[in-house]
Design a protein around this ligand. Structure first.
Ligand code: PEP
Ligand code: MN
Length: 342
């Protein structure tokens, strides 16, 4: 259910409607838009009695939402959500006319490794640095990440180069630490439906990058984001990273058609990960071009200066000089779409 307020509704009237919703034992989520505020209602198991709310001052109408998700939907907020991510070198903007570049290794391995990659991708214009300190791996015997020591290395990268840090949390315990050290909390594909983790991310004070599960439908993907918003964190960006199909020439099938599909249904920004989406270095550049052309709000790319020595995902990590070419090309493609890359 959504309560649509008049464009000139006062703060007081919005507060009153929220109070009334809460008095019914439900949760109110005011979503300010450029023209008017809509108030999402969650927590209802059955239909809410419309009459009570519709008669309140400042209310235009109450509309039942037929889709399973409400807060992430365009019904709740017509215009695109544009995220501002505070970093030591100023805000990084994601969405609207801004395309973000997130680059870095799959895993944080050593300080020397991270600083070497950071220096190179910074020169190419990336302002967000990725790198996993907690690695959910297919095999329990594979490298699992440096944990808090890895986060400390990322903090060094942040302080040295002014990057915003994007790094994954794999459970509630690691999320506490990631929230402390990083600028964006990544929820990985394998955890897209880890509902207690989504709820914890929804209570976090930092933006969240939510990756699509490898077999998740679009509705399931948006419902996972809905969990985060429903706990109060509206700073969410989605990320397409490829899904499992019968295709056997690629690690995953990068579902670029999901980008316009998300844009039609949701106001949230969506990034594309061409690294996990393909699994092969030579496919990263062509798929990055395509992702920006199809309207992605950013790219998250694995870059390694010595990919043959990488402890994880070396095969899909591009070299820093390849990233430089990628950044240059996507900048030109973005310009055609009247967007800028930061
Ligand atoms: C990652 O980005 O390092 C990662 C593990 O990705 P995904 O969750 O998409 O597999
Ligand atoms: Mn990886």
């Amino acid at each position: 259910m959504l309560v649509v307020m008049q464009s000139h509704a006062t703060e007081e009237q919005i507060r009153e409607v929220c109070k009334r919703i809460e008095s019914l034992g439900l949760k109110a989520h005011p979503i300010p838009g450029s023209i008017r505020t809509a108030i999402g209602i969650t927590g209802n198991k059955d239909a809410v009695d419309l009459g009570v709310l519709e008669s309140l001052p400042g209310v235009v109408e109450c509309i039942p939402v037929s889709k399973p998700y409400k807060l992430v939907s365009r019904d709740a907020k017509e215009e695109d959500t544009v995220l501002r991510i505070p970093t030591p070198s100023g805000d990084v903007i994601v969405g609207g006319n801004h395309v973000a570049l997130v680059a870095g290794p799959c895993a944080v391995e050593t300080e020397t490794q991270c600083l070497a990659i950071a220096e190179r991708v910074k020169k190419s214009g990336a302002r967000l640095f990725r790198g996993g300190a907690y690695k959910p791996r297919t095999s329990p015997y594979s490298f699992q990440g440096l944990c808090e020591d890895g986060l400390k290395i990322l903090a060094k990268v942040r302080a040295t180069h002014g990057f915003g840090i994007v790094t994954e949390a794999i459970d509630n315990e690691s999320l506490d630490l990631v929230e402390e050290y990083a600028d964006v909390i990544q929820i990985g594909a394998r955890n897209m439906q880890n509902f207690s983790l989504l709820k914890r991310a929804g209570r976090a004070k930092k933006p969240v990058l939510l990756k699509r599960g490898m077999s998740a439908t679009l509705d399931e993907f948006l419902m996972a984001a809905e969990y985060i918003l429903s706990e109060g964190n509206y700073n969410v960006m989605l990320c397409e990273r490829g899904v499992r199909t019968f295709s056997d020439f690629s690690r995953n099938t990068l579902d670029l058609a999901v980008v316009p599909a998300v844009k039609k249904r949701s106001h949230l920004p969506i990034l594309v990960d061409p690294s996990h989406g393909t699994g092969k270095r030579h496919k990263v550049l062509p798929l990055s071009r395509a992702a920006v052309a199809v309207g992605a709000d950013g790219l998250i790319v694995e870059v390694h200066h010595e990919p043959e020595k990488a402890l994880s995902d070396g095969m899909q990590s591009i070299l820093p000089e390849e990233f430089a070419a990628l950044a240059d090309e996507v900048r030109q493609i973005a310009a055609v779409l009247h967007r800028s890359v930061n």
